[in-house]
Design a protein around this ligand. Structure first.
Ligand code: DX5
Ligand code: ZN
Length: 232
């Protein structure tokens, strides 16, 4: 995957129909998703439980674009190999998941997967200053992780601008995750983000039987993002 900072929409399957992941993944990709965002939760780092490596392995053959696996788990190091084996194209670990994020990023890169670091809303951008050379992506959380459908935390906009400044001309994506929709995406683009996770804002109103709304929702987010890019 060659690096480009064009707008990418990454629907989170946390908001999909849990009885039809294969069809839901095919539907969002057919409706314009650039990446597929897989939210892994362990009931310890965050108060919710979702997908183990076998589930991610089952998703893999349905993903034709790019499988972005967001590990909201602690400890994270013991599971990196398993999620890479399951087929993750990008593995994102939380800065807050343990005492050695530098080693965690080295371990992710060692599997051959792209490596990302995620920052919770309370963690300052400066925390990752010495990690950037090991990153392919920085994920700025705009909700406290654990659930879809939460309210957007506006301080994420300023943090994106700070991360963009720190990155300089390095080939590192900035992803924002949580409460992203056509109303919140514009300021994030203006601040320098290029990848947008959206769960409820993509899946609302649609279904595997009626995927049209998925496309409308993705196009609405993309139009708002592209509009902000033009205005910047
Ligand atoms: C939250 C997850 C997000 C969430 C996004 O812990 O990391 O990816 O699913 O859902 P929305 O877009 O509905 O806020
Ligand atoms: Zn996520």
């Amino acid at each position: 995957m060659s690096f480009d900072r064009s707008i990418k929409i990454a629907p989170s399957i946390l908001s999909a129909d849990f009885a039809n992941f294969g069809e839901e993944i095919q539907a969002i990709e057919a409706q314009g998703a650039d990446w597929v965002h897989v939210d892994v939760m362990d009931g310890h780092f965050v108060p919710n439980l979702t997908f183990g490596p076998p589930a991610v392995k089952a998703f893999r053959p349905h993903v034709k674009t790019f499988m972005d696996v967001h590990l909201m788990i602690a400890p994270v190091d013991p599971y990196i190999e398993a999620y890479a084996e399951a087929g993750a194209d990008m593995i994102v670990a939380h800065f807050e998941a343990g005492p050695h994020p530098h080693r965690t990023l080295q371990a992710i890169r060692g599997t051959g997967a792209k490596a990302g670091i995620a920052l919770n809303p309370g963690t300052p951008a400066g925390a990752i200053e010495y990690l950037l050379d090991l990153c392919d992506m920085v994920l700025v959380m705009s909700v406290n992780p654990g659930f879809g459908g939460q309210k957007f935390i506006h301080s994420a906009v300023d943090k994106v601008a700070q991360v963009r400044e720190m990155i300089g001309d390095r080939e590192i994506h900035i992803q924002v995750d949580g409460g992203v929709d056509p109303a919140t995406v514009g300021p994030l683009v203006a601040a320098g983000a290029d990848c947008f996770v959206a769960g409820s804002a993509v899946f609302r109103g649609g279904s595997v039987q009626n995927p049209g709304p998925y496309g409308e929702n993705i196009r609405a987010i993309r139009a708002a993002a592209e509009g902000a890019l033009k205005a910047a």
